[in-house]
Structures are given as C-alpha cells and as structure tokens.
Design a protein around this ligand. Structure first.
Ligand code: 13P
Length: 249
C-alpha cells in the first residue's frame, strides 16, 4: 500500500544541456513501473525537467527551498517558484546542507512548511554521524532530529510527506547500513511518526533509505518491511544504474 519511490539526488552534478539528453534517454528507456521514479536535479535544471518529463511517469523536484515565502532574499528559491516549475518533491534537511550550510532543525521545519503550503512533498532527511552510531545512540539521535525538524509541520495526508533515513557515514562512502540496521531505524522512525500524527499516518508515510545505495544492495534493503524506497546519490547519475534501480523496485 506504500508505493516504492526511487529518487535520484543529483546534488551538484550535470549542467542543463547534459541533463536534457540524459532525461530524454531516461524517458525513452523507461521500463513499465510499479514504483515511482523521481529525479532531483539542481535548480537550473528544473525548467529542462519540466520540458522533458512533463506528462511522463517520472516526477522531479528540487534539492532545497527557501524558508521564506518571497522577498529580498538574494540567491534564494521559493516554494512557489518550484510549484510553478511543476516540482512534486523537494529535499529538506539533507546532511550536506546541515553540515556545510549550518541548517538547523528549526530552519528545516520552516522549509517543510513552505513546501506544504504549495502542495509540494518534502523529502525530509535525517540520520546520524558516525560518532553517534559508535556511541550506540543512533536511534534516539535520529528520532530527535525527526521530531525537531517536524515541529509545527502538519502534513495534510501521509502522502504529503516523505522521510529519508540517511546515515551520514554512509553517504558517498561506499559503506551502507546493513538491511537489518536500516530496518531497525525505519521501524523506530515510523513508530515516532505514528505517535506524532496518528497510527494511520505512520502506516502510510513513506520512509526511504539513502547512503551508498546501488543496484547490488538495493534489493536487500527494499526487502525490509519498513524500507519504502531509496534516495540515491552517486548511483542515480549514470543512466544504466538508475534504470537498474528502477527495475529492482
Ligand atoms: P550516495 O548514494 O552517493 O551515497 O548519496 C546518498 C545521498 O546523499 C542521497 O541524498
């Protein structure tokens, strides 16, 4: 009942002209899908995504959004702009933004609110750094991050929110959480979401795993009952591996 989502976070890769060719090829080679596919490119690529993917089975979205609605905020991109470009999703709280741009849980919550106001689904990222896992505190740390990043955030339906568990030590490192570690965290996250928004919500909200997902490890991760898809960095950049992930899902 939860539709698997495979979302490619392109991070700061590809320029618009490369993306145009890539996305057109994706559309041409796309297998019939039971699951949902989405690409999350950098802002300047979103108009290309709209042009190439508009009306197709592949959704697209952004990697970030401003916490402000509109105004004198040089360099920022509003949720309304993303809506106008046809974005279904936007990532908030990615660990790279938390780490390199000092984003706090409170800021992430504001960003999620702006997205929901425009009917865009936030993909809220949470996950612990290595030292926290080594101290044995991964679950309480990540649950706290989840609940703080959702403070005052009221999704109108479970489909209006996606959570992504991305252990920081697994991102871009080739190390990934074992399927059973991922499952234990996802179960705890779902429980916390049930307590926060009600049992029906917790049952239906999708929780993705992210961190060195590739075509070799994806099936085992997806076989876990509480893993509803992947938020994929490196392996989403090559068409062949992205297609392989979609075939697995
Ligand atoms: P990698 O798949 O490259 O580890 O990146 C994961 C990620 O950060 C997705 O948001």
């Amino acid at each position: 009942m939860r539709r698997v989502l495979v979302a490619g976070n392109w991070k700061m890769h590809k320029v618009p002209s490369e993306a145009r060719v890539w996305l057109a090829e994706l559309k041409r080679l796309l297998p019939p899908l039971d699951s949902e596919a989405a690409v999350l490119p950098a802002f300047p690529i979103l108009p290309v995504a709209k042009e190439v993917l508009g009306g197709s089975q592949v959704a697209y979205g952004a990697q970030d959004v401003s916490a402000h609605r509109e105004g004198a905020y040089t360099g920022e991109v509003s949720a309304r702009m993303l809506k106008d470009l046809g974005c279904r999703y936007a990532i908030v709280g990615h660990s790279e933004r938390r780490r390199y741009h000092g984003e706090t849980d409170a800021l992430v919550a504001e960003k999620a609110k702006r997205l929901l106001e425009e009917g865009i689904t936030p993909i809220l990222c949470v996950g612990e750094p290595l030292e926290v896992r080594e101290r044995g505190e991964a679950v309480p740390y990540t649950l706290n991050q989840l609940l703080e990043s959702l403070r005052g955030v009221e999704p109108p339906a479970p489909e209006a929110l996606v959570v992504a568990y991305e252990p920081v030590w697994a991102i871009g490192t080739g190390k990934n959480a074992t399927p059973s570690d991922a499952e234990a965290m996802h179960r705890a996250l779902r429980q916390a979401l049930s307590e926060r928004y009600g049992a029906g919500f917790g049952e239906r909200v999708r929780i993705l795993y992210g961190g060195s997902v590739n075509p070799k490890n994806f099936a085992d991760l997806l076989s876990q009952p509480n893993v509803d898809g992947g938020l994929v960095g490196g392996a989403s950049l090559e068409l062949e591996s992205f297609l392989a992930l979609l075939r697995i899902a």
